[in-house]
Design a protein around this ligand. Structure first.
Ligand code: ATR
Length: 280
């Protein structure tokens, strides 16, 4: 049996072991997938120990994604764009870092939710790691207007500057992006309003003008939980067409990690359906 695990702190809430167990069963892959919650000071040691015990790969969650990226010997282009890794692969004898969060969001929007991103406008809220990981994949999917709005406007500007300099935003797409504060969002209609702020984890929503939630818009919260998140409720109350959580993104990023490790792409719809039913 090949060993995999998710590492985070805390990690008890992670659905990744259940998701990967379902993928492994459906595709007949001989693997086990555990949950490891090292003390923050001991993250690098825990990765080394898992590798020395024959572990084949890891998923990395908060707060270790940047440190996982720093640990790597090789990095995918999308991990480089994100400056963070959610997937490590040890099979080649070294540490390969990838980031499947952005592609997970794009797949959830396009495949599960049936949305078109080509030529669309996105208002992305937040300028931390969660926002950074999805900028390049959204632009690559054809988004032609991407406004990154953050409570601290300078952080949104820094985020875009860093992505421009690292090649995370291709030169021909730079004119599609802009940064601003939550009170400086350019007027217009946004097809997608994506919440990548960490406030959601504690039930806080960004202070937004009501007009951003147009009747044609889809509001997407990267977090998930039982029922609607506070951001989903706010967006729905303000009149958006649809309001969804990040459970689909979680399942899709897991499928992409699974594919990297095992070379097989698992079906995601049944897993998403099952988790949705369990969450209630
Ligand atoms: P992560 O890696 O999860 O993105 P982070 O790097 O700490 O976490 O970034 C958190 C993001 O959520 C930031 O953009 C933060 O805004 P600031 O840069 O102004 O701190 C945003 N955020 C957190 N709580 C928020 C709230 N209540 N309202 C608006 N934005 C919030």
């Amino acid at each position: 049996m090949d060993r995999y695990a998710v590492m985070g702190y805390p990690v008890a809430h992670s659905l990744s072991p259940q998701i990967h167990a379902l993928f492994a069963k459906a595709t007949g892959q001989p693997m086990v997938y555990e949950r490891i919650g090292p003390h923050p000071e001991a993250f690098e040691e825990a990765v080394a120990q898992f590798r020395s015990q024959g572990g084949k790969g890891l998923n990395i969650t908060l707060p270790f994604k940047e440190r996982a990226y720093a640990l790597a010997d090789r990095r995918s282009a999308r991990a480089q764009a994100a400056g963070a890794a959610n997937t490590l692969d040890f099979r080649a004898g070294d540490i390969y870092a990838d980031n499947t969060d952005g592609v997970g969001l794009v797949r959830d929007l396009e495949r599960n939710l049936g949305c078109k991103l080509l030529g669309r406008s996105v208002l992305l809220l937040g300028a931390g790691g969660a926002a950074r990981g999805v900028v390049e994949p959204l632009l690559a999917a054809g988004v032609t207007r991407l406004v990154v709005a953050n409570r601290t406007p300078s952080r949104a500007e820094i985020l875009l500057d860093q992505l421009r300099h690292s090649g995370g935003i291709a030169p021909d797409r730079m004119s599609h992006c802009m940064a601003c504060g939550l009170d400086g969002i350019p007027q217009g209609s946004y097809h997608f309003i994506i919440n990548a702020t960490s406030g959601s984890l504690s039930g806080e929503v960004p202070a937004l003008p009501g007009w951003v939630f147009g009747p044609q818009a889809l509001a997407y919260d990267m977090v998930y939980g039982k029922g609607s998140t506070p951001f989903m409720t706010l967006a729905r109350d303000q009149g958006v067409a649809r309001s969804v959580d990040g459970l689909g993104m979680l399942v899709e990023q897991a499928a992409e990690s699974f594919h990297l490790w095992r070379g097989v792409y698992p079906e995601t719809a049944p897993v998403l359906q099952l988790l949705r039913a369990e969450l209630g």
